[in-house]
Design a protein around this ligand. Structure first.
Ligand SMILES: Nc1ncnc2c1ncn2[C@@H]1O[C@H](COP(=O)(O)OP(=O)(O)OP(=O)(O)O)[C@@H](O)[C@H]1O
Ligand SMILES: [Mg+2]
Length: 240
């Protein structure tokens, strides 16, 4: 534990082909208890940035610290044990497994106290408790997203990263997901999410970053970004 921000990303360079980065030196920070939203056009490198932080793809430059610990270029399982939980954009649950099996799979890197974690997940997400024997493919979109989040929480992350957690959800479900994230942040978890529902996401966030062409474009308190005409026009679908 350190006094600094929970997540510090400094000048991160990453991509899929060595020498051809799509993230060109991005810097972001997330504090404990904060919700930070990353927005930007399609192809801006938002998902790539999260994958690089999570250790799923190689980085070519820059540094990532979690609670003051350098996790740059650690293999994914080591990144997970450093406290990062990641809910990817797609394929974030095993559709052929039950809710219960998905949660157990989420805790595979953890030793001991599984029952306690399962009960905690069901207490936090009551609809999942009622559906624990159901296969994930039978869940609604909102329930599936809930399961993906619950699954990522099984490792007790101090930083939860989510890639478009509300994609494809009905507006009421979008609010539910954001309310859950708010609740998690209130327990001290740092939340970093990428969102296309930019306006709604910023409304529940503390701070935000706009990424364009793999670079930082704007950053600031969420309300300031919502009120910034250059951000609203180019990245939030016009003025309010
Ligand atoms: N697996 C991959 N292999 C090669 N290139 C990829 C891969 N995934 C993404 N890219 C490329 O990297 C760039 C950034 O993509 P990325 O998925 O990070 O964007 P994004 O900001 O998340 O966009 P979106 O809003 O559409 O999700 C794009 O040019 C994309 O084509
Ligand atoms: Mg993406």
């Amino acid at each position: 534990m350190s006094g600094g921000p929970r997540l510090v990303v400094e000048n991160l360079v990453a991509g899929y082909v060595r020498g051809l980065p799509v993230v060109h030196g991005v810097s972001i920070e997330v504090d404990r208890g904060e919700i930070v939203t990353l927005i930007g056009p399609n192809g801006a490198g938002k998902s790539t940035l999260l994958k690089a932080i999570a250790g799923l793809i190689a980085t070519e430059g820059g540094r990532v610290w979690v609670d003051g610990r350098d996790v740059t270029a650690l293999p994914t399982h080591r990144v997970v044990s450093s406290g990062i939980g990641f809910v990817p954009q797609t394929g974030n649950v095993f559709t052929t497994l039950t809710v219960h099996e998905n949660l157990k799979a989420g805790a595979h890197v953890i030793h001991g106290s599984l029952d306690e974690r399962l009960e905690r997940a069901y207490a936090l997400f009551a609809p999942l408790a009622a559906r624990r024997a159901l296969r994930a493919r039978a869940l609604s979109g909102g329930e599936r997203q809930m399961l993906a989040i619950a699954r990522a929480l099984m490792t007790d992350p101090t930083l939860l990263m989510l890639d478009e957690p509300t994609a494809g959800l009905a507006p009421r479900m979008v609010e539910d997901v954001f309310r859950q994230l708010r609740g998690l942040a209130e327990t001290g978890i740092a939340v970093l999410m990428v969102e296309q529902n930019a306006r709604a996401a910023l409304s529940v966030s503390d701070r935000g970053y706009v990424l364009a062409e793999g670079r930082n474009r704007f950053a600031g308190p969420a309300h300031a970004l919502l009120d910034e005409p250059r951000v609203a026009e180019a990245f939030l679908g016009g003025r309010r």
